[in-house]
Structures are given as C-alpha cells and as structure tokens.
Write a protein that binds this ligand. Structure first.
Ligand SMILES: [Zn+2]
Length: 266
C-alpha cells in the first residue's frame, strides 16, 4: 500500500459472492512448515494440502528452484517436505504466468520431477504431490471428492486474465462443476496489490485512471462461481502474503518462494 491509501481502496474488485467464506489456514510446526485448510483437513483426510510457510527467520524455508538460492539446501527442504507428508513423488513446473495445465496420469517415479511451461497440474494418482510456486500469486486448490481427483493452479493476474480458473474447472469436471471444491490460498490481498489500469482492464474490471489496488482472489472466486462451482464450496484464505506474516512476499521484497501443495495420500 502506498502512503495515504487505505485498505478500503482495495475494493476495486467485486466483493466476494455472498456464500463464499474466508478461512484461515493453520500453521504446523516442524521441519516443513505447512499451513493447511482446517475444514478440508477434516472433510478430506485422504488429501495432503496446504501452503508452506517462510519458516524461521534464521533459516527461511525457501523452496524456489529458479532463484538465487543454492540448490543443495533447497532440495534438502524439498525432501523434508515430501518426507513430512509421506509422499514418494512430487511434481513441479517452471511457471510462465500462462493457463496451460498438465495432467499426470502415469505411475509417478519417486523423487521430484520438474517440467516446464505449465501453471497448473492435475492428477488422480495417489502418492504424487502437486506443487506450485508462489509469493503473492494465488495457489488455487481444486478437489473432486467423488472422483478423487485434484488440481493445483498458479494464478497471478496474467494467468487469471488468461482464464486459468475456468480451464482448471473444465478439465476437472467437464459439465458437472457443481461438485468441485475450490480454495484460493495465501496471496497478496486486495489492499496491498496496487496495479496499473491495464491490469484492471485485463481482468475485466472497471478501469481506474491511476494505479489502484485489486483483489485477484475476489476476481478468481467470481470466475469459479461463473464457471458453475457452488459458491458455498469456494473458500478464500484470510492470509495476505504482504501485510500478514508467515509467508514470502515478492512485493514485500522477498526472493524466497513458498509452495502450494496438493496430493492424494499414497
Ligand atoms: Zn495485504
């Protein structure tokens, strides 16, 4: 937020549709800090889900694979994450702020597999942890409990404008989106994310004359409902990566990255 502006200025995006609730992920201590959706933890015990935290100040839990951090300690943290969740395999992609998704349908090989050029992953395989890298962008969790299928998307403003939310819903549920559950995880809030008029235009919002905050998660929530997901099955994290604590924030000056993680337990 710039000096003089107020959090109320973050209402340029439409308010959350009526039945959409905010939830607060709770943090886990231990070798791999993970903030999990408290309702999903009860409703879907067969899932591993959440967003990693920034960890200790003296030893940040940076999982970014494409930044400046030495790769050895980063891969050790990845291993700690997989082992704490008891997942033999994980998949990650070098993200490009697009809307292309990849489905992982074959038996996963143990370890971490890295692909390129995707901003979303789908799977029905147990034991494969889907991951997306975020630090202000939104980790978007989609669950089909009946089919036991999951998707995890990376949604910044570009991917949101490119329709990644609708694409993920379509790939998950075809003509039956009402059965999906969606959660929009820790990300920069509608008070902190000041952007230019071109971003508002790209998101289909009223176009301001100067830089104005936008709530990307509110836009995504509206897109999910417009795509046919039941509003009462959509939740939005209370956490802001920038004005809150516990997470890396690109706008806040952090180089580190947390991971949204979602997988069907082995
Ligand atoms: Zn904020």
């Amino acid at each position: 937020m710039t000096p003089g502006s107020t959090p109320a200025a973050g209402t340029a995006a439409p308010p959350l549709p009526h039945a959409i609730r905010r939830v607060r992920e709770s943090g886990a201590e231990g070798p791999a800090p993970l903030y999990s959706h408290p309702e999903w933890a009860v409703a879907f015990p067969w899932l591993a889900q959440g967003t990693t935290g920034r960890g200790q100040a003296t030893e940040p839990f940076d999982l970014g694979l494409f930044g400046e951090s030495p790769i050895g300690p980063t891969l050790a943290r990845w291993r700690a994450l997989r082992e704490s969740l008891e997942f033999p395999a994980a998949v990650h992609a070098r993200q490009v702020h697009g809307a292309d998704l990849v489905s992982h349908d074959t038996e996963p090989a143990p370890g971490l597999r890295i692909t390129h050029g995707f901003d979303g992953h789908l799977t029905a395989r147990g034991g494969l942890l889907l991951t997306v890298s975020v630090a202000d962008c939104v980790p978007i969790f989609i669950v089909d409990a009946d089919a036991r299928r999951v998707a995890l998307l990376h949604g910044g403003w570009r991917g949101t404008a490119a329709g990644i939310v609708a694409r993920g819903i379509e790939r998950m549920a075809g003509r039956d989106p009402a059965r999906l559950h969606i959660h929009l995880g820790p990300a920069i809030c509608g008070g902190c994310y000041e952007v230019g008029p071109e971003v508002h235009a790209a998101l289909g919002l009223p176009v301001p004359t100067r830089n104005t905050p936008v709530d990307v998660r509110s836009v995504q929530a509206g897109q999910a409902v417009a795509s046919g997901v039941a509003a009462e099955r959509v939740t939005v994290s209370e956490h802001c990566t920038k004005c809150g604590s516990g997470f890396f924030s690109h706008r806040g000056g952090d180089a580190g990255r947390q991971m949204g993680v979602l997988g069907i337990r082995p």
